[in-house]
Design a protein around this ligand. Structure first.
Ligand code: ZN
Length: 181
């Protein structure tokens, strides 16, 4: 069994005026992200949207010192980018579609994603979204340590740092045993 893990493909991370945007690189993967999301959603595979949610008053959060405020709770910056939000709204009541707010880079940090996957006997994760070398990377490392097999469609991940993006793709394959497709 497999699942699509969709990471942070939101307005703030992708739109031209997003607060922490991957810009053109993030926008370039829109169609591929949309198509794979549609395919998995329609085939009944588990689709998990794992989305950053930050409290602007959370002074203990380490990202406060590292990045400008982004994906702030209650703002439109947290809406999925492009055609994705409308599609999510249309499909969110399906049993195989799941949304979880996350506070850290990894989709496994402080969430119940691992148990949701185990309940469904899912062993293979397809990771998509942004940024390749931050949230996708940290999710991939946790998934590896939890024993999941990884597939990364390279036309469905992006970063604002092209060197980091390339490095992460290499790391997924050479160190985490991921299939890059
Ligand atoms: Zn964040």
């Amino acid at each position: 069994m497999r699942a699509l893990i969709s990471i942070d493909y939101t307005y703030d991370f992708v739109a031209e005026d997003g607060k922490l945007t991957t810009g053109k690189a993030g926008q370039a993967i829109h169609d591929a992200v949309f198509e794979i999301t549609k395919t998995f959603t329609e085939s009944g595979d588990f689709v998990a949207y794992m989305i950053d949610n930050h409290d602007p008053n959370d002074s203990y959060h380490p990202e406060m010192k590292l990045f400008p405020p982004h994906n702030v709770q209650g703002t439109s910056g947290r809406r999925l980018y492009g055609k994705l939000q409308e599609y999510y709204d249309k499909t969110k009541n399906q049993e195989n579609v799941y949304w979880h707010d996350k506070r850290h880079y990894s989709a496994f940090s402080g969430t119940d994603l691992d148990i949701r996957l185990r309940e469904r006997e899912i062993h293979e994760l397809i990771l998509i979204g942004v940024c390749t070398d931050i949230c996708v990377l940290h999710t991939a490392v946790d998934a590896y340590n939890l024993g999941y097999q990884l597939v990364i469609p390279k036309d469905c991940v992006a970063s604002f740092d092209q060197v980091g993006h390339e490095w992460a793709l290499h790391h997924f394959e050479s160190t985490l045993g991921a299939k890059i497709v």
